[in-house]
Design a protein around this ligand. Sequence first.
Ligand code: ATP
Ligand code: MG
Length: 423
Amino acid sequence: MKQSFLFTKTRRDAPTDEVSRNAKLLIRGGFIHKEMAGVYSYLPLGLRVLNKVVGIIREEMNALGGQEVYLSALQDREVWEKTGRWDERAVDSWFKTELKNGAEAGLAFTHEEPITAMMRGHISSYKDLPKYPYQFQVKFRNETRARSGLIRGREFLMKDLYSFSRNETEHQAFYEKIKQAYHTIFARIGLGEKTVLTFASGGSFSKYSHEFQTLCAAGEDTIHLCDKCRIAVNSEIISEHTACPQCGNEKLTQEKAVEVGNIFTLGTKFSDALNLKYRNEVGKETSVFMGSYGIGPGRAMGVAVELFADEKGIVWPKSIAPFAVHLISLASSTKVKKEADALYEKLQKEDIEVLYDDRDARAGEKFADADLIGIPLRAVVSDKTPVGKVEIKARLTVVGQERTSDSARIISHAELLKMVSGK
Ligand code: ATP
Ligand code: MG
């Protein structure tokens, strides 16, 4: 994509009421637009990142036998009354609305109730189980504190998968599989090294649920980490669980973290309340055994910004970067411009995701924008680059401990193509 074509502009300053690093940088880079506190719209660059995160999660959910659905965001009050969760003493973050006829509807804060009710039309025999519908769907929550940018929105995208199994044994086998899939997902997104499985207070059935917590100074959660196992315990339950659940180590270190995903055993709480039953092999009516599994793709994106950004701007992990390469033309002559245009065409032809800064702007401005936008690889064509060659430089975190700055070097177009196509 040509940068001159992109309608978004980078800006020097973030809104003054924005305190989180992720929101400041994402707004300045033109990734998101702040509608109001805790409510953000995704702009072309931001949507590309979000879609990358979603794409990775979708692949892993499909590999587990997930089937994608898209449930409505407007929800029927009656369904929620069956489990007692319409009551604001049970759920204090509801957004509710009224229909013209006076009936009330809810704006999806989660989907356990509606999906359980819906599955009654599709599950009646043991032969219909297990099933794993999932979706990427908007949720609305009237969060008290929405000061963490994409990490805590009042409207946000969630991946939620629901498992419907015959019994606890069948459920448990799936639960272990999805646990592994979550590790794979966070590794693929670039958060793997910082994301740890964490024991948290139970779902409705089991003693514990599991969270995937990413160690991050901006996190609102406190976890207690076992350095040996890379497993943690959420501070909510630490009083009853003061040692590592895996190795018994009692020297746990306290860390700030963000919950990027979680997995819950629900048992038959929802199927009992909403009458989701099946006939087993001997014809006996049995409640379906359930689990639910969430990930916040926008939250994961916000956490990636928090973790890898430096004083110059965002640094995207390769797998979720909006483009694979940022081509910058410093054209002082038509010859240089032609060279850059030709390289852009070549990259396009090879289906390489390239953002081409073809704008008529100063070099300093182009580099500052490139640093802010954070595409992992920068390729510059200028008076200094010989014909058929390009100067490349990796966008790496300068201040972060893990990554160090990589100096620029000149390579051929062919080498660049090879590098970004991974062939
Ligand atoms: P938290 O404790 O942080 O409020 P939660 O326990 O309410 O999270 P769930 O209801 O289990 O979260 O939602 C599943 C996933 O959705 C979370 O793991 C998180 O990644 C994401 N998520 C939850 N709330 C938000 C939010 N307000 N903004 C963005 N993502 C969110
Ligand atoms: Mg919450």
